[in-house]
Ligand binder design. Structure first.
Ligand SMILES: NC(=O)c1ccc[n+]([C@@H]2O[C@H](COP(=O)([O-])OP(=O)(O)OC[C@H]3O[C@@H](n4cnc5c(N)ncnc54)[C@H](OP(=O)(O)O)[C@@H]3O)[C@@H](O)[C@H]2O)c1
Length: 317
């Protein structure tokens, strides 16, 4: 099969298309014919081996994971002996972050418990856009307990992969949502359901008068002190992104019960919940750009610039 192989740390163009062995599923695994993938910040972080300390787990001298890619959608090709939830031909979507990556390939084998039936209303490309970003939004918003109707929720980075889902999920919970983005994306976040918009190029959401019960910071460009200033009494913030190691450490060291760093873990349970919300028309993935599989490095390079309007996908078939 064809796959992009990751042999050394570096920029997206270091990925090389190669012919590799098709994986064989273990007893608990499902072999998926990949029809679409989406790209995520995790892909370019792992590709570059950045931040440097991450190489302690990713491989000190060279990458441990030969094939990157965490979000896939496709068709079940074969099943390990213990898998009873799926059958060949089923349409599925999955996230491979906690299972060794491997999505940037024509086939991938992954445990059945990180995949779910693809929502019938979505194309494969739309389905591939969902897992990492939407589950991060779901777990970030839910980290301090379920969002309650009427709560004031602020999403920083509201037009990114994570943010575009977070705005819709917070609205689906009945919250009053404030979305922080730049001028060119104000209409986009309104179309996702935001009640209030803050243009970060002209206005600092911390300096404004409004205070929030919950903040989801998908960008990770604010200090813990700033986030606390923007919280209402008893309010809580979850940070899913980071713009520097200093910011990441800041949340770990100075955060606490009210401001917490959140790392998402995708399981079939979250994907099934998202499928329900998608089928009910409450959440819809937004696609910024579509690339052919051969141009995947260009897709990652575009995402890495940090200004994608929601998700970037590639068609594999
Ligand atoms: N913890 C986890 O489990 C987890 C999972 C997924 C992602 N992440 C992390 O979360 C972060 C976001 O991921 P993503 O997939 O949403 O990234 P993304 O799609 O690349 O986010 C890009 C978006 O960020 C917005 N943005 C850039 N600078 C901003 C600023 N100063 N204020 C407000 N918005 C700004 C951009 O809007 P403009 O174009 O308008 O600037 C763009 O829409 C990354 O750091 C990623 O590593 C963490």
């Amino acid at each position: 099969m064809k796959a992009f192989v990751h042999e050394r740390y570096g920029p997206p163009e270091t990925l090389r298309m190669a012919e590799v062995d098709k994986p064989v599923p273990n007893a608990d695994e499902v072999l998926v014919k990949v029809l679409a993938v989406s790209v995520n910040a995790a892909d370019w972080h792992v590709l570059r081996g950045r931040p440097l300390f991450s190489r302690a787990t990713l491989g000190l001298r060279r990458p441990k994971h030969q094939i990157l890619g965490v979000d896939v959608a496709g068709q079940v090709e074969a099943l390990g002996g213990d898998v009873t939830r799926f059958k060949p031909g089923d349409e599925v979507y999955a996230n491979l972050l906690d299972h060794g990556f491997g999505g940037f390939a024509e086939y991938v084998s992954a445990p059945g418990d990180v995949m779910a039936a693809k929502p019938a209303t979505l194309s494969f490309e739309e389905a591939a856009a969902v897992p990492m970003a939407a589950v991060t939004a779901l777990q970030g918003l839910g980290h301090h307990g379920d969002i309650q109707p009427g709560q004031q929720v602020l999403v920083n980075g509201a037009t990114g992969g994570v943010g575009s889902f977070a705005v819709q999920l917070a609205k689906a919970s009945g919250a009053e949502v404030t979305a922080v983005t730049s001028t060119r994306n104000l209409e986009l976040v309104r179309s996702l359901g935001a009640d209030h918009v803050v243009d970060y190029t002209t206005t600092d959401f911390v300096a404004g008068g409004r205070r929030y019960d919950r903040i989801l910071d998908t960008v990770g460009n604010r200090s813990v002190r700033d986030l606390r200033r923007a919280l209402a009494e008893g309010g809580k913030a979850a940070v899913t992104g980071f713009t520097s190691v200093r910011r990441l450490l800041g949340v770990s060291l100075r955060g606490g019960k009210d401001v917490a760093q959140v790392q998402a873990h995708v399981t079939a349970k979250e994907l099934e919940l998202l499928s329900e919300l998608i089928q009910a028309g409450k959440v819809r993935p937004q696609i910024d750009r579509r690339y052919p599989f051969a141009e995947l490095p260009a897709a990652i390079a575009y995402l890495e610039q940090g200004h994608a309007r929601a998700k970037v996908v590639a068609e594999v078939a």
